[in-house]
Design a protein around this ligand. Structure first.
Ligand SMILES: [Fe+2]
Ligand SMILES: [Fe+2]
Length: 178
């Protein structure tokens, strides 16, 4: 399996959350309440899977390897734009958590705020995936030798392995402090 197939497989998981976001937003809009458990699960999905696990592989492994190559100006710009989009997605998730907190503190604007974030993420993320799947990954791999591509696959596997340990070690630490 190639490195890009591993990343596009993760996209197939992430895109399945999009209809869930839209449905959750519609339910919260009609009930005029923030579904706290739903927001916590969505926040965990985006922070742990989409950002730490998936964007982590893209930025810390693939983009880092590509940064050392003589990328064409167009490809370098695409890579920088994609990393910027990760920042935007990260901010949206932080905003979602803030809107939930606002609602829990009795602020009704938390509902419209959370609904807005869910709908904008649902609109934004598929475009980010399309850029990577259909316009960036394939030309990007041409800059890497077969041996470099194999190295990336090994780093991906090691990254995933560490992440699982890290997530639950952090959870224990957090619960010990509570
Ligand atoms: Fe990405
Ligand atoms: Fe991606």
């Amino acid at each position: 399996m190639s490195a890009t197939v591993l990343l596009t497989n993760e996209h197939r998981v992430i895109e399945r959350i999009i209809p869930v976001l839209i449905k959750g937003a519609a339910t919260m809009a009609s009930s005029e309440k923030v579904d706290v458990v739903f927001i916590d699960r969505i926040t965990d999905f985006f922070r742990s899977y989409s950002d730490r696990c998936h964007h982590g592989k893209e930025e810390d492994i693939l983009f880092r390897a590509l940064a050392e190559k003589q990328l064409s100006p167009r490809h370098r710009k695409s890579m920088n734009d994609l990393a910027e989009e990760h920042v935007y997605i990260r901010k949206q998730i932080a905003q979602l958590a803030l809107q939930k907190e606002a609602f829990l503190h009795g602020n009704k604007t938390g509902v419209t705020g959370a609904v807005g974030v869910l709908n904008s993420l649902a609109a934004f993320y598929p475009k980010h995936i399309d850029k990577e799947d259909n316009h960036f990954f394939t030309p990007a791999m041409d800059y890497l030798s077969a041996a470099e591509q194999d190295g990336i696959i090994r780093q991906f596997a090691e990254f995933d392995r560490k992440l699982f340990q890290e997530k639950y070690a952090a959870l224990v630490e957090e619960m010990e402090k509570a």
